[in-house]
Design a protein around this ligand. Sequence first.
Ligand code: B12
Ligand code: SF4
Length: 533
Amino acid sequence: MQALETSTASPAVNSVSDRILYIRLPCNPIFPIGVVYLSDHVHKVAPQVQQNIFDLGTVPPLDFYAALDRAIDKFQPNLLVFSWRDIQIYAPVGGRGGNPLQNAFEFYYAKNPFKKLRGAVNGLRLFTSYYTELWRNSRLIRRGLHRARRYHPEARAVIGGGAVSVFYEQLASILPKGTIVSVGEGESLLERLVQGREIDSDRCYVVGETKPRARLIHEQPAPIEKSACNYDYIESIWEDFNYYFRDRDFYIGVQTKRGCPHNCCYCIYTVIEGKQVRINPTDEVIKEMRQIYDRGIRNFWFTDAQFIPAKKFIDDAIELLEKVKASGMNDIHWAAYIRADNLTPYLCQLMVDTGMSYFEIGITSGSQELVRKMRMGYNLKSVLQNCRDLKAAGFNDLVSVNYSFNVIDETLETVRQTIAYHRELEAIFGADKVEPAIFFIGLQPHTHLEEYALKNNFLKEGYNPMSMMPWTAKKLLWNPEPMGAFFGEVCLEAWQRNEDDFGRAVMAVLEERLGRAPLEEALTAPMKELVLN
Ligand code: B12
Ligand code: SF4
């Protein structure tokens, strides 16, 4: 991608910004909790600053540019805060451009030429939509900045959000000179900008002026104690606030803590949010939930990287859920990422009593040996025991179990172990309640897996982690040989059997081909190499 320059030179960083427009870049309609928290924080530290929220997630694509123009003309900001949530689209289900995993696998692994061609055609569509989205967001940023400078020649743009935190180094090439690129939490950076303070020490850099420091992403976030978001204020600065509240099916995000102490080899959350877990005061979390509840919402998503990151945070989770229970909000549903090894029978009971309606078990593999190799720190035996406790506490909803095959050192034996483990989960919850979600890891920069890929020559130093060129994408959609072609074939067979129940179909095909290991082997799993044929 070529660097493009805007015609206007970038103004000095320390000009004070007092009219902030938050622009959430196009995204599936997920409640934009990031910009909500940022604007709430700025209002608390600098109430004189005028703010407005504009969410392109609620705007039809044909209207993106015109709607952005209107929002800028109306508010005339001197700081444009762009929030970019997601870029990577390797999902096992239909996403914005179809089913990316299926297209890619048909293209890479299908033996039937018709299927291969179909994969290529669909892959091309996906490829086009991926680059079109990047290009479109880049244009939205340039256009917004250009338009804001009609009113304030000193206006500038700052960009952050999940996608930016992951790809902050690569994105410079599509952003206008002078854009401030932020990594991780944005509260302290925005605080500095509205106070006209220097920003050099923050987790950011300025396109065309400064380079990201080495290991910028590994720097610790600023320690900010979070208080309940003031939703009366948010409603007052966001014209389309009701979009997410009208249809009460939306899960509204509430963050209860930040940070994750683990080290899972493919995960970047632990660097974005840092390893130090910072718990938001539980009374403040309840106050925030209450405001959302009083606006009619009954579905909450605790957006923490992990709701119970480690055993020592069990008491915090208990304290929060006890307060939810005591608050009288007893008709809610909630969901979160939960490490199922950090539960106690009492916590299980509280989770069920307070309305946990969906549960994801992110074990990645049912083989203890692989789980250890992936540095995940899970004890699979405790996960099973805790699942039994959850069931005994009355949990009767859907459980999604995330498996990512072929991360590191997968063998036919470890697959057999995963099947054994999965069948045991089915025995606990009921086969219809346990949904295997089959992922392949989308390799991300700054992870141990990236290091491993470079060391083992799967990738070359200087590769572009955002590239969707077929030869790079094949490596980034992590499914290396010698097992890659095997999994490709299994997945293709599973889609053919039952596209709508892909996960279960994969498990069935694998079991038919490989059989099942004894459960005890999965839980202790001394490694035995089996040769692929
Ligand atoms: C919870 C979560 C989900 C939940 C969301 C539930 C809900 N209703 O809110 C669910 C499970 C639904 C989900 C789904 C997906 N997710 Co998700 N999700 C997360 C997670 C764990 C937390 C996001 C969150 O809400 N955090 C709390 C809020 C307050 O933080 P925030 O929005 O990031 O905002 C803060 C900062 O980013 C920053 N910030 C934000 N904007 C801006 C702007 C400026 C200018 C500045 C300075 C700062 C700034 O400041 C904010 C406050 O501190 C993150 C990983 C992580 N730990 O961040 C991934 C993450 C956002 N998800 C990601 C992805 C890819 C997805 C999916 C697309 C996956 C898929 N392939 O299907 C889907 C689909 C989403 C969609 N658009 O359709 C990626 C996005 C980056 C990428 N790789 O492209 C992330 C970063 C995970 C990762 N490392 O890959 N997700
Ligand atoms: S526990 Fe979850 S959030 Fe933490 S490092 Fe592992 S995968 Fe990432």
